[in-house]
Structure formats: structure tokens, C-alpha cells
Design a protein around this ligand. Structure first.
Ligand SMILES: C[S@@+](CC[C@H](N)C(=O)[O-])C[C@H]1O[C@@H](n2cnc3c(N)ncnc32)[C@H](O)[C@@H]1O
Length: 244
């Protein structure tokens, strides 16, 4: 069985450690502000490996623990369906699919993250790989479902679109996406986007939050079946799509 995700004792926002991480994140983003599109890979590498943020990030374990099983349920998969979890990070979402019996591959751009996942999540139904969401090393329709959580918002807009196209290409029946989504009430939208731009590790958060992700779907051949808001304050959304 996969190891239970470790979670912090209190909601992160109540811990001084969370605010220290926000401070370090802001400082690192400032360093990369000049050309974020070009330097985003190096930024991620530094964020996850060397910037002294990694211990704080790891401390929270899976801060999003409560939404993992919801993503699996919303995916609406059939017994034995195969899953690819792109940008898997420490593999928590991949492990949630594997725990429910779906053979799952977790893949991340940062090699050390795929390695960490391998050591952290131990389940026979899980495999790991490294590679970019924008160039998936799999054939068309290779998996029944392709999932991505909390990663599209961190990509430069052009890569995000390329990644969405790749998710659609290798998915035979479902693409399931979990990402931040601004509240619909218009005065709240820029507030959400600005807060996230400061606190989140993404260099592109403001623009991402101001433009609803689902507006992109039909142009790349995805039909939105369901959109479910989730997590505290409904700050995240699960998008369940099928290839057209
Ligand atoms: C905030 S973490 C989310 C990890 C995981 N999906 C989760 O829900 O916990 C974002 C992850 O996306 C990965 N990532 C970013 N750009 C990527 C790309 N182009 N291809 C694959 N992984 C990428 C990062 O290395 C990082 O592990």
C-alpha cells in the first residue's frame, strides 16, 4: 500500500513556517522576474532542490490531502483503467489513484521529484518517470485517463497550452485537472489573483487566475463534462473533460 501522506498539524496559513516560505518564495521569484518564460525550468529546479524552500515544502507533506480522493471519484473511471499523472511532484495524486486500484504512472519534469516519489509512495500499481508535460513520451490514447494537479498554473502560458494538447493526445477517455480557480464574482477575481501571485510559487499566477482555464478546452479538442470547486474557500477546481 502507498504510504499515508503526512500532513502538517494545523492549516499551513496558521503556521509561522508558512509565512517564512512565502517570504523565501517571493525572494526567489524576484530573482527570476526578468525573463520568467525562459528561466522557469531553472527556477523550478532551484525552488524544489536548492533554494532552501524544499524543507518547508516537504514539511507540509500533502497540504491538499483532502482533495485527492475527490479527484479520483470525480474522474469516474472504470475498474482497471490506466492513469498517467503528469507533473506528479511527490506523487500524492498518483498514489491516490493507485490506492483505488488503477494502474498509474507518475511523471515529473524535475528528476529528483520523480525519484522522491518513488521512495515515498510504495504501491505495486505505481510506476514513475521523468519528462515534460509538453512532450509526453507516450503514444496517442496510451492511457484511459490523464491527470494533472496544481501544475498548469505554474507553467508559462505557451507551455501550458502545449501541455494541455499533450494531455488530450495521450488520453483515451478522460483528462482530469485540479488547479486554482478564481472566484466568479468579478471584484473578487483580481483579489484572488493578486493574493495567489504573492503566495504561490508560480511566476505566472496572476494571468492564470484572471483567465478561466476552461476557455481553452474546446480549441484543443476537450469537452468539459464537470467543473467542481473544492478545498477551503473553494479556491481550487476539478475539471473533468473528455477528448472530442
Ligand atoms: C506544485 S507541484 C504539484 C505536484 C503534484 N501534481 C501535486 O498535486 O502535489 C508542481 C509540479 O509540476 C512540475 N512541473 C512543472 N512544469 C512541468 C512540466 N513542464 N512537465 C512536467 N512537470 C512539470 C514541477 O516540477 C512540480 O513537481
Amino acid at each position: 500500500m502507498a504510504a499515508e501522506a503526512k500532513t502538517a498539524p494545523l492549516p499551513p496559513i496558521l503556521l509561522p513556517r508558512f509565512w517564512r516560505l512565502v517570504g523565501k518564495t517571493v525572494a526567489l521569484k524576484w530573482k527570476y522576474r526578468a525573463n520568467p518564460e525562459k528561466t522557469y525550468g531553472a527556477y523550478l529546479d532551484e525552488y524544489y532542490n536548492t533554494a532552501n524552500t524544499q524543507n518547508d515544502v516537504a514539511y507540509y507533506g500533502d497540504a491538499w490531502h483532502e482533495v485527492r480522493s475527490l479527484v479520483v471519484s470525480e474522474a469516474g473511471l472504470d475498474r482497471g483503467d490506466t492513469v498517467l499523472d503528469v507533473a506528479t511532484g511527490r506523487g500524492y495524486q498518483a498514489a491516490a489513484f493507485a490506492q483505488r486500484g488503477y494502474p498509474t504512472v507518475g511523471m515529473d519534469l524535475v528528476h529528483s521529484r520523480a525519484r522522491e516519489s518513488r521512495s515515498q509512495q510504495d504501491d505495486e500499481a505505481l510506476q514513475w518517470a521523468s519528462g515534460s508535460a509538453t512532450d509526453l513520451p507516450f503514444k496517442d490514447n496510451a492511457f484511459d485517463a490523464v491527470t494533472i494537479s496544481l501544475a498548469l498554473h505554474a507553467m508559462p502560458p505557451r507551455e501550458r497550452l502545449a501541455a494541455l494538447r499533450e494531455l488530450r493526445r495521450v488520453a483515451a477517455k478522460r483528462v482530469v485537472i485540479l488547479e486554482p480557480r478564481a472566484w466568479d464574482w468579478w471584484p473578487a477575481k483580481p483579489f484572488y489573483a493578486a493574493m495567489g501571485h504573492v503566495m504561490d510559487e508560480s511566476l505566472f499566477f496572476f494571468r492564470f487566475a484572471m483567465n478561466d482555464l476552461d476557455r481553452r478546452f474546446s480549441g484543443i479538442g476537450l469537452r468539459l463534462l464537470r467543473l467542481r470547486r473544492c478545498y477551503v474557500g473553494d479556491i481550487l477546481a476539478i475539471y473533468v473533460c473528455e477528448p472530442m
